[in-house]
Ligand binder design. Structure first.
Ligand SMILES: CC(C)(COP(=O)(O)OP(=O)(O)OC[C@H]1O[C@@H](n2cnc3c(N)ncnc32)[C@H](O)[C@@H]1O)[C@@H](O)C(=O)NCCC(=O)NCCS
Ligand SMILES: Nc1ncnc2c1ncn2[C@@H]1O[C@H](COP(=O)(O)OP(=O)(O)OP(=O)(O)O)[C@@H](O)[C@H]1O
Length: 283
């Protein structure tokens, strides 16, 4: 333990700063990536009326101090009740800062949760863990009870109960299976097959959208919209992904369907940002 705490404070601060800068960068690159079906991207607001790329970027930048504090407080600490309580408090403060920066629009609630846990988990491991270890540490944190969590019923929880599907909490408690088992392998596979970085990230998004029970989609379009998203994303990958003309046609078809359903896969977008972040920080 002595050797671990011997890291100079300024070094820990610099490394916490780096983790927070990468988390913000991941959010901005996720928001700009185009063409994403239903979501805000560099072309426009997708299925949203109250969001824009400018707002998403402002929101992402407002979260830098939150990610920094999460990293600093989690540095080389074990996953226990005290740390869980602290990151819950910091995460909720981050939500308030986001709401202040966006005049009350929810731009990044799910992203604060997923990236917040992964920033904390990376810091618990001293800023350089493998994907498997970071995801396991994040899952441990997410599994611990959060004594001060507000008791009001969220939209996400409503969908989880109504449709009996896993939501944002379950994805984290299970160690982010859509990131670790689907998106990251697809990102690496698409790069190896010659896709450029944007195409590889779009393929990673499709790998998430193939199976995620995204409560944003369920809330807006119900089970038919979710099933259409699963089928459409699978069709993009089956056609060869975003690097191929057939894959791009399938992506355009998926976008048409999602706009028709007024559906936007916000949970999948959060997990894509988490994928980009983990790809950068993992050893
Ligand atoms: C866990 C959170 C996201 C609440 O989730 P809940 O399912 O109750 O509903 P809510 O409608 O508030 O948010 C759901 C959001 O999660 C994302 N999402 C939706 N479906 C999924 C899914 N299947 N998997 C992952 N993310 C998803 C979307 O962005 C969606 O908007 C979060 O707001 C929270 O409770 N945070 C507490 C603060 C905390 O402990 N923070 C610690 C880490 S920073
Ligand atoms: N590029 C993006 N476009 C849209 N949403 C995104 C994007 N990236 C991440 N998200 C996530 O999607 C969630 C916003 O989804 P949504 O708009 O469905 O939520 P809501 O405001 O609760 O619901 P609604 O808009 O149906 O009233 C945010 O919590 C955010 O984390």
């Amino acid at each position: 333990m002595k050797a671990l705490t011997a890291v100079p404070a300024y070094d820990v601060e610099a490394r916490a700063d780096r983790l927070s800068a990468l988390a913000v960068r991941a959010l901005i690159e996720e928001a700009r990536l185009s063409p994403k079906p239903g979501l805000v991207d560099s072309r426009g607001a997708g299925a949203h009326r109250d969001l824009s790329l400018d707002l998403m970027e402002r929101s992402a930048l407002s979260l830098q101090p939150t990610f920094y504090r999460l990293a600093l407080h989690s540095w080389l600490r074990p996953a226990d009740g005290a740390l869980r309580q602290e990151i819950g408090r910091l995460g909720r403060e981050g939500e308030q800062q986001m709401m202040a920066a966006t005049d009350g629009v929810n731009t990044h609630r799910g992203a604060i949760w997923a990236l917040g846990l992964l920033v904390s988990a990376s810091a618990m491991l001293g800023g350089r863990g493998s994907v498997a270890f970071i995801a396991a540490a994040a899952a441990q944190l997410a599994s611990l009870p959060d004594p001060f969590s507000p008791k009001n019923f969220s939209k996400g929880q409503r969908a989880v109960q109504r449709y009996r599907v896993p939501g944002a909490r379950d994805e984290a408690v299970e160690g982010f299976p859509h990131v670790v088992g689907r998106a990251l392998p697809q990102l690496h596979r698409s790069r190896r097959q010659g896709a450029d970085e944007s195409q590889a990230r779009l393929d990673a998004l499709m790998a998430i959208m193939c199976t995620l029970t995204d409560t944003c989609v369920l809330n807006r379009g119900g089970m038919p919209a979710l099933n259409a998203m699963h089928r459409g994303a699978l069709a993009v990958l089956a056609a060869g992904g975003a690097a191929t003309p057939a894959g791009r046609d399938a992506l355009a078809e998926l976008e048409r369907r999602m706009l028709q359903d007024n559906a936007s896969p916000g949970g999948a977008a959060d997990l894509l940002a988490a994928t980009i972040f983990l790809d950068w920080v993992s050893a």
